[in-house]
Design a binder for this molecule. Structure first.
Ligand code: TXA
Ligand code: MG
Length: 310
């Protein structure tokens, strides 16, 4: 059910859960000061308690309410990339952020989103926790219909149109004297070098390193359809591919756009993964022949996770 900004603000302040747009993906929002609403976010999504939530703020200076010391480079990152699709994991004063939000870690994740509607909402409500508005493990939502498909037509959603980025925020953490990317996202690592003076490394997969947060180990972004990421498509297969390529005859192509346009591919990815399920497609072949830098790397990571069946 589409609701107004005023209604969303009142529902959130009264302890309800609401679907909220951001420039990355839609969020399932609850007020940071309503523990029951936060618990409901976990139960609605079927989200494991070990997967912490991001705290969304109207302005970066609100972080000072939660944090004592800020890592080197924090101010430059905040100045350059907020509001925007960057999330920073920071050590917090434990009494200021409830254990359920941070999954008992000594840190919490913060973001100042850039969507004007979200920003106006946050000014009215104060800090909101918002995981992506999808059932746990499933593709994220990039428009109102996606949220309604997952949580029901009667579920209250603030309509902000189609998300501009289509991929979640990039998450950074300051570890052993440098910032590292702990989740790839809408901002490629290279973007951060202009303020940090170096390109932050991407924290390796779970097999190489201990993840910063257990949530990174869970299944993510996966449709019911089996995704084939290698080999060749056979005749008549559903292909997730590009509009400037030719595939075997009879293949139905769900287009990520042009193969030199990562922003459009990012914009369309979750809609296409959801379309596979809506059409009850059993198997789809994905064209993984694309760039190996910038946002293409995030797309590759999302598709690899989406293809994991466990
Ligand atoms: O773009 C986004 O970030 C979207 C929109 C709604 O803002 N939100 C989002 O939230 O993607 P979610 O819950 O789907 O992903 C949050 C991730 C967790 O899975 C975890 O990996 C990481 O943020 N995270 C949160 N708190 C953390 C912490 N204290 N330490 C390490 N990672 C943390
Ligand atoms: Mg998510």
């Amino acid at each position: 059910m589409r609701i107004s900004l005023q209604d969303a603000s009142e529902l959130l302040s009264g302890g309800q859960v609401v679907g909220v747009p951001t420039e990355t993906v839609y969020g399932l929002a609850a007020s940071l000061s309503h523990p029951e609403a936060i618990k409901r976010v976990f139960s609605l999504k079927g989200r494991p308690a070990k997967n912490p939530l991001i705290i969304h703020l109207a302005e970066a200076r609100e972080i000072l309410d939660f944090v004592d010391t800020l890592p080197p480079g924090y101010a430059d990152l905040a100045e350059a990339f907020w509001p925007g699709p960057m999330t920073l994991v920071l050590p917090v004063r434990l009494e200021k952020v409830s254990e359920i939000v941070r999954a008992q870690l000594p840190t919490a994740a913060f973001r100042v989103p850039a969507h004007p509607i979200t920003n106006n909402l946050l000014k009215l409500t104060g800090p909101l926790v918002m995981p992506s508005a999808n059932l746990s493990g499933k593709p994220s939502s990039t428009c109102c219909e996606h949220v309604e498909n997952d949580f029901g037509k009667a579920f209250p959603v603030l309509d902000g149109g189609i998300c501009n980025k289509g991929l979640e925020s990039t998450i950074l953490f300051f570890q052993e004297n440098e910032w590292v990317v702990v989740r790839q996202g809408a901002l490629a690592p290279e973007h951060f070098s202009k303020v940090l003076g170096y390109v932050p490394k991407i924290q390796g997969s779970a097999s190489e390193t201990v993840p910063l947060c257990p949530g990174q180990l869970f299944r993510h972004y996966a449709p019911r359809a089996k995704l084939q990421l290698s080999g060749q498509p056979s005749e008549g297969t559903v292909v997730v591919g590009f509009s400037d390529r030719v595939y075997p005859s009879g293949c139905r192509v769900l287009s990520l756009g042009n193969s030199n346009d990562p922003e459009t591919a990012a914009h369309r990815l979750y809609s296409i993964l959801r379309q596979l399920d809506e059409e009850d497609v059993k198997t789809a072949w994905v064209d993984m022949e694309f760039g190996d830098e910038g946002v293409w790397l995030t797309l590759k990571e999302r598709l690899q996770k989406a293809a994991c069946s466990s």
